[in-house]
Every structure is written in structure tokens, then in C-alpha cells.
Design a binder for this molecule. Structure first.
Ligand SMILES: [Zn+2]
Length: 664
């Protein structure tokens, strides 16, 4: 199939999906009836805060990426386009004529019958020259006879490739080459290889100054000394680990890492990674340099790996549960890490209790990076932040800064369990990671600042903001099929973060707090390091299983009301938009008739589909009724004239009494 025919095939598939979606809409409408019916039944009439108009975005929250680069709250493009890339693009255009026949040409994904078990990785970032060199031994489990292996690689110059077989003998490599369109390094063997464990050894080099994704160089000026200092740091989510070392750069692969970094021996330089330092070798690989070996990691996905060489210092806390918790920053600003260290250690304890799962690593570091493309990134055990999201000075920072720091820290710490310990299998579940962290961050926030009424911030910052977007015909469902790196990067958007958070909050609302928490805890325990466990049985079929279905199953199991969580949540995640409930008072005023239609901001685009249900709820004759208590539900409510008049009258005459009554 040619590149063009692959495109037209993709379009045909999309058309089919749309048609199928249309057919499903009828079914989904019935299901959403069940869902909203449940909500109306579960949420008591008479309620707290609700707004029928949308507040403008407060902007800049953790879940509000601007230009997408993956990671939380991104806003810079992260790309410094090299002159060579234009040439590459032209060459790609010419390739359009060539039919795609080889397996590495036809599939974006790494074959399911190969699995990266372990990386032995050596990286030497040379901050003076702006280049890096490295070697990697990838232990690969092959479960089917095959005659080629692929790993991801982009912008790397791979200078040596060799393969070792299960018995330790050398396996002849017929050809090793880059296949740029799919960002692959392809290794063809002389003879087909049988199932077993193989070690693929590669030597490579790359550039630290190409962009601020992958492994890159950052620079800052130390305010105390006036000197410019280089640091080397990394940012891999979603598909940039392949720019630092050849790897299986997909979230369904969880591998252990034994990492070695090279740092300058002097000038206060240190090296950091996900795990603590195991040992150091002075004057290696040459005089003036030090090799830093890190302890072997737990199984984790490539996008969570992080490598830093810097001259930073830190403040340390030890949590109540004995996790060593450090916050690093440039030496002239490390005094401003006190607040995030206090809040971070406290929230770590809280999440251990909330999830019922111990923090999985021996240490937790957080670090403020002078040039960071996202708001923050949840690298396991070494969370990186933009400086404004970690450094707080009581003298010069605003209270908004303080709230944001606490929220971002809480969000990233939630990922250490939800996202890192249990990871999505493929990026179409990204919303679950981000929606969950965006919701659960409020619980961490409420724990450290009970006086802030944290969850109230979710309404303007997430729910009402994303409803503006979602009320347009150009919105999209939360669950999106994605294949290519560009498609993957594009889903780090408000629908994934803010709508994801809002529908999970609604789910907790109709399940009840404790059952929701119990289901989450069971989910984390059951699927911890899951992908690594799956491979023991050579069963790779689970690699595309949707992680949200696993979560819905665990939540259904603990639901005392036996709620069909999957059916309910599919109506919110697999179709775009949201409903508005219309309430019309019946004769005598003792009931409201409730109907539903899709809410669209543009009146011209009004949805005329008949309401999938028509139910009655009790009303107080002559009094007011309010549906959607605390705006837990992700929908709007429209009352008839008398209904709005009664609410208006109540608020104008005695709003405090009304609100108290509403919250009963
Ligand atoms: Zn996040």
C-alpha cells in the first residue's frame, strides 16, 4: 500500500467510524438517558452552587496545555527546527510513490511479539559541545519466530548495532537502518531468530541543542555569582525518549532500567535519575568526569524516564511514611523550595492513605528546570517543573502562585500512582491519566489547605471552561483513536484534562466517595506494573486493552447500587458534547417534567433530536427546586419561566438561607 493509499484508507476508515458512530448514537442516547436518570435520582433536588453561564478561563492551570507538546500545562513549542528537517520532509514527499510493503513500513507500532524487558543505558551529555553520546543494551523478549527487530529512534546517529542470542552467542545482523517515516531503527537478521531473550546493543550520538524535548541542554544565570551555567535535562512524554536513546517508545512496554550518567567532576555538578545513586566512579570515562550508576528501576514506561546533570542544591523532608523527599533548584533560588517541599511531602502521605498503596520508589525528587516545555512532568521519582510552578517566595509570590504550585505538585504526585504505577496501554486512554490527576489534585489540595475550599475552584477552572469548548460542533469525544506522534501530541488538550476531571467527579458523585476510592485502590493494586506481568505468559493480546475499561470493571465490583459503570461512562467519553435538562412544571406545581437535548452554544446549530426520556420529579408547589447539586453532573439545567423566577426570588430575598437550604 502506498503512503497515499494508506491515507485514503485511513479516511475511509474514519468515514466508516463516523457512520458507525451515528448508528450508535441512538443506542448511546438511551444509555445517556439511564445515566442522567441516575444522576437526577441520586442527586438531591435543592442544591448548592450552579451557574448557567460559563466563566472565562482562569488560564494557566495545570490541565490547560497551550501549544501541545505532551506533559502537563505546556505552552512552548519545544521545537527548534533544524535546516536539515526541511530536506527530510521533501525526501518524504518523494517517497509517496513507493509502495509500502515491508512490515516496518506498514505499521507505526512495534510488533506485539517483541517486548523490551530491560535497558542497560549509558549517557554522556557533553554540555560544552552541546552533543551527547550513549550506548544501550536492550534485553528483548521475542515470542514468535521473526527475521527483524525494530526500536524507535529519531534524530540519533546510530554508529554500531549488534545482537546477542539467548545462549550469549553473536547473531548475524544482515542490515541495520533507519526508517524515518515511522521513527524506527530496523535490524534485519541473517537467519530467522527463534523465540527467546535477545540483547540488542547500540552505540549512538545526538544533539542537545535541537529542541527542549528529548535530552537537551538548558542554561541559566546564577544570580549570586552572575555566571552562566549549563545543565542537561530531559522531557520524553509522549514520544521523545526515542530522541535520547533507541527504545521501545510506547506505553504498553514496561521495562527496568539500569542507568549510568556522566557528569563533570567539579563545579558542584550532580547527576539525577528516577532511582537513587548506587555508586560513582571518579575520572571515568576520562579525567575530570565522573560516572554515576543508578540503582535498577522498577518496571516503567520510557516516557517516565528522566536524566539530569546539573549544579543544583536541594531542601529535604522525610515523609511520615519514610520517603526521602527532596526539592532541587538552582543554588541562588533553592530557598524558594520550602513551600513545595512541605506541601509535597504532606500530599505524598495523603495519597498513600487515599490510594491504600505505598509510594512505590525509594525516593521522590522534584526539580525546577529553567527551560521547561510543559508546566510540569510526572517523571517517576524525579518530577520536573517549570520554575514558576515550584518556586514560592512568601515575599514576592502572589496567592495565585501559591495555589497553582500546590495544585501542580498535587497533580504530579497523583500521577506517581495513577499513570506511573498503572499506565495506559495506548494513548487513546490518555484522558484517564490526565482527567484523573486533574480531579484528584483537588483532594490533595483540600488536604493541605482545608481553608481554600479547593473543589470549588474546579467549577470555573475545569468544568465551566471546558463546557464552553464542548458546546460547539467542533468539539470531540474524550476517547479518540490516535496513531502517529502528531496525533498523540494533539490530545493533550482541555477535553482530556478538564472534561476528563469533570466526568470523573460526576462518577464519584453518583457512586459515593468511599466506593469510588475503594474502586480506585483496587484498580491500582490489581494493575500495578501490569504490562510487565502480562508478558510472563507471552500473552501480548492485552497491549491494546483500554485501561479505562479495567477501571470501570473495578468500580462496578465495589458499587453497592450495582451501577453499570462502563455503560454509564461510555455515554460521556465516547460521544462529544453534553446535555441540557429542560424542567417544565406540571399542573398544580407539584412536579417537574424533565427532558433532555444536546446543549449547543450556537442557537442556529440547535439539536432537534427528540428527548430520549421524559420523566417526572417532585417539586415544591410555590417554592423553588434546583437540580444538579454542587454542579456534580456534567450537564446544564434550564428551568421554565416560573422555575427561574422562583430561584431568582429566593436569591434576591434571602440568599444565605436559600443556599443553606440548598445544601441540605
Ligand atoms: Zn498530568
Amino acid at each position: 500500500m502506498s503512503r497515499l493509499s494508506r491515507l485514503s484508507s485511513a479516511m475511509a476508515r474514519e468515514t466508516f467510524v463516523r457512520y458507525r458512530t451515528l448508528c450508535l448514537l441512538g443506542v448511546l442516547a438511551v444509555l445517556s438517558c439511564v445515566c442522567v436518570g441516575l444522576l437526577v435520582a441520586v442527586l438531591s433536588p435543592g442544591g448548592g452552587e450552579e451557574s448557567s453561564d460559563s466563566s472565562p478561563s482562569s488560564g494557566g492551570r495545570v490541565g490547560t496545555p497551550g501549544t501541545n507538546t505532551g506533559g502537563d500545562g505546556g505552552s512552548a513549542t519545544g521545537e527548534v527546527k533544524g535546516a536539515g528537517e526541511d530536506v527530510e520532509e521533501k525526501m518524504e514527499e518523494k517517497e509517496e510513490e513507493k509502495p509500502l510493503t515491508e512490515p516496518w513500513e506498514k505499521d507505526y507500532r512495534i510488533p506485539a511479539s517483541t517486548y523490551a524487558l530491560h535497558y542497560d543505558l549509558f549517557l554522556h551529555p557533553n554540555m560544552e559541545t552541546g552533543l551527547f553520546t550513549g550506548t544501550v543494551d536492550i534485553l528483548i523478549r521475542v515470542s514468535k519466530k521473526r527475521s527483524h527487530l525494530v526500536t524507535h529512534s529519531k534524530f540519533l546517529n546510530i554508529t554500531r548495532t549488534s545482537l546477542t542470542g539467548p545462549g550469549g552467542g553473536n547473531v548475524k545482523v544482515k542490515r541495520a537502518f533507519e526508517y524515518e517515516p515511522n521513527e524506527f531503527w530496523v535490524v534485519q537478521t541473517g537467519q530467522p531468530i527463534s523465540p527467546g531473550n535477545y540483547t540488542l546493543s547500540l552505540e549512538f550520538s545526538g544533539n542537545l541543542t535541537r529542541s527542549i524535548t528529548g535530552l537537551y541542554r538548558s542554561v541559566y544565570t546564577n544570580g549570586d555569582t552572575g555566571k552562566k551555567r549549563f545543565i542537561a535535562t530531559s522531557k520524553f512524554q509522549p514520544t521523545f525518549a526515542r530522541r535520547a536513546f533507541p527504545c521501545f517508545d510506547e506505553p504498553s512496554f514496561k521495562s527496568t532500567f539500569s542507568t549510568t550518567l556522566v557528569r563533570p567532576s567539579g563545579d558542584g555538578y550532580i547527576a539525577l535519575s528516577n532511582m537513587p545513586v548506587e555508586r560513582e566512579e571518579a575520572d571515568m570515562p576520562s579525567q575530570g568526569l565522573t560516572k554515576v550508576h543508578f540503582k535498577k528501576s522498577v518496571p516503567m514506561v520510557t516516557y517516565l524516564a528522566c536524566f539530569i546533570v546539573c549544579d543544583f542544591t536541594y531542601q529535604e523532608r522525610v515523609t511520615n511514611h519514610d520517603v526521602v523527599f527532596r526539592v532541587y533548584a538552582a543554588p541562588d533560588r533553592v530557598a524558594s523550595t520550602q513551600y513545595s517541599a512541605d506541601v509535597g511531602a504532606n500530599i505524598t502521605d495523603f495519597f498513600e492513605d487515599y490510594f491504600g498503596v505505598k509510594y512505590p520508589l525509594p525516593k521522590q525528587d522534584m526539580i525546577a528546570i529553567p527551560d521547561f516545555v510543559s508546566g510540569a512532568m510526572e517523571h517517576w521519582g524525579l518530577i520536573t517543573y517549570r520554575e514558576t510552578n515550584l518556586l514560592y517566595s512568601p515575599r514576592s509570590s502572589s496567592s495565585y502562585n501559591q495555589q497553582r504550585i500546590a495544585a501542580v505538585v498535587s497533580h504530579e504526585l497523583a500521577h506517581q500512582w495513577f499513570g506511573n504505577l498503572v499506565t495506559l496501554n495506548w494513548w487513546n486512554d490518555l484522558w484517564l491519566n490526565e482527567g484523573f490527576a486533574s480531579y484528584i489534585e483537588y483532594k490533595g489540595l483540600a488536604h493541605v489547605h482545608p481553608d481554600w475550599d479547593a473543589e470549588a475552584h474546579l467549577l470555573p477552572d475545569d468544568l465551566q471552561r471546558v463546557m464552553d469548548l464542548d458546546a460547539t460542533l467542533s468539539s470531540h469525544p474524550i476517547v479518540q483513536p490516535v496513531d502517529t506522534p502528531d496525533q498523540i501530541t494533539s490530545i493533550f488538550d482541555a477535553i482530556s484534562y478538564a472534561k476528563g476531571a469533570s466526568v470523573l467527579r460526576m462518577l464519584e458523585g453518583f457512586m459515593g466517595d468511599e466506593e469510588f476510592r475503594q474502586g480506585i485502590s483496587n484498580f491500582l493494586k490489581r494493575f500495578a506494573y501490569d504490562n510487565a506481568v502480562t508478558l510472563v505468559s507471552d500473552d501480548f493480546s492485552g497491549r491494546d486493552r483500554q485501561r479505562c475499561n479495567d477501571l470501570w470493571n473495578e468500580l462496578s465490583k465495589v458499587s453497592s447500587k450495582r451501577l453499570p459503570i462502563s455503560k454509564i461512562m461510555d455515554t460521556w467519553t465516547r460521544q462529544m458534547g453534553f446535555p441540557v435538562l429542560e424542567l417544565t412544571r406540571g399542573a398544580g406545581g407539584a412536579t417537574y417534567t424533565v427532558t433532555q437535548r444536546r446543549f449547543l452554544a450556537d442557537k442556529e446549530a440547535e439539536d432537534t433530536t427528540k428527548s430520549p426520556f421524559n420523566i417526572e420529579i417532585p417539586a415544591i408547589p410555590g417554592g423553588w427546586t434546583k437540580v444538579n447539586s454542587e454542579q456534580r453532573g456534567y450537564y446544564r439545567v434550564n428551568y421554565d419561566r416560573d422555575g427561574w423566577a422562583a430561584l431568582t426570588f429566593a436569591l434576591l430575598t434571602d440568599h444565605e438561607v436559600s443556599l443553606q437550604r440548598g445544601s441540605q
